[in-house]
Design a protein around this ligand. Structure first.
Ligand SMILES: C[S@@+](CC[C@H](N)C(=O)[O-])C[C@H]1O[C@@H](n2cnc3c(N)ncnc32)[C@H](O)[C@@H]1O
Length: 292
């Protein structure tokens, strides 16, 4: 496992929610409003959404308020501790939990109300490196993911695109751009080493890393999907984002140290400077793809 901690996911959640591209999200909302009008679907038929690599459920918390009144989410992750943390976080986030009446800390279906939306959530432990085809076989209205696709390999992206039938809305895929202020002499060499670490195997074969979003766009476009891309960069500033910037710099330095590409003294100097950084921009993209 790549081991994402619920503390790290919780630290980045508000920056992730701020960074999401509002115009592209509106296209997703419009798509489902049009679809509902077109099909004359009963108001009560829930929109079925599957979220890949759900972590603690941040993507649901970001999106649910913009989707129709009745929603059925399947949250998928291979880490049981994160699925359990997702359950607890959603219970805390909801205005009211209608089922189960007594929380058992199991993966039982959760039914809740939030801002007038009726949301049913299933928690499913699946290793997506092995079982993506079976997940994509289930009929859903929308497949989502957040901060997930830069972990996977080009070969896995091909498997995924070959099997995808539903609309895909994936947000916050890292594109390799990092700009720290003030600049430091080791910025570029640290970034190059970080990218080398990113390209290692994160459980799916050698990672596509910053190349992932273009690969998905190209493959889905040739498979008859309409694909739309929009930027969702993190724009972080001290002091309000300092804890996130420091955790980010510490995590990057740990990854870079594993590559042995940077002299320890240079990496230590870089990390000390970054603990006091004024701002940083991290490049991400959101993508919405609809089968034609
Ligand atoms: C960067 S985190 C993003 C989590 C969440 N989507 C968010 O936005 O907070 C990547 C997630 O992918 C999950 N993941 C990584 N490899 C996986 C695999 N092979 N199968 C299922 N989930 C996986 C991790 O456990 C983690 O929750």
């Amino acid at each position: 496992m790549t081991g994402f901690s619920s503390q790290w996911l919780s630290l980045r959640e508000s920056a992730d929610h701020r960074a999401r591209n509002v115009a592209l999200r509106q296209e997703v909302v419009q798509h489902f409003e049009d679809k509902q009008a077109e099909l004359g679907k009963s108001e009560h038929a829930p929109l079925k959404i599957t979220d890949l690599g759900c972590g603690t459920g941040s993507n649901l918390r970001a999106l649910a308020e913009f989707l129709p009144a009745y929603q059925h989410w399947t949250l998928i992750d291979y880490d049981p501790a994160l699925l359990s943390a997702a359950r607890m976080a959603l219970i805390k986030w909801a205005d009211h939990v209608t089922a189960p009446k007594v929380d058992t800390e199991t993966n039982a279906e959760l039914r809740c109300l939030k801002n007038g939306k009726q949301i049913t959530v299933n928690f499913t432990q699946v290793d997506l490196a092995k079982n993506i085809e079976s997940v994509l076989d289930n009929s859903v209205d929308l497949l989502t993911a957040a901060a997930f696709f830069d972990l996977v390999s080009p070969e896995w992206i091909t498997r995924f695109c070959q099997s995808l039938k539903a609309p895909l809305f994936t947000v916050l895929t890292y594109d390799g751009v990092e700009k720290w202020t003030p600049a430091h002499f080791a910025d570029q060499s640290v970034l190059n080493a970080f990218h080398a670490h990113q390209a290692t195997d994160k459980g799916f074969g050698l990672s596509a890393g910053p190349g992932a979003i273009d690969m998905i766009k190209t493959q889905l476009s040739t498979r008859n999907f309409n694909v739309r891309l929009a930027q969702s960069h993190w724009l972080l500033h001290a002091p309000e984002d300092q804890a996130l910037m420091q955790a980010l710099a510490t995590g990057s330095a740990e990854a870079v140290a594993q590559t042995h590409r940077i002299a320890t003294a240079d990496l230590t100097a870089w990390l000390s400077a970054r603990m006091l950084a004024q701002s940083c921009e991290i490049g991400h993209w959101d993508l919405f793809a609809i089968p034609r």
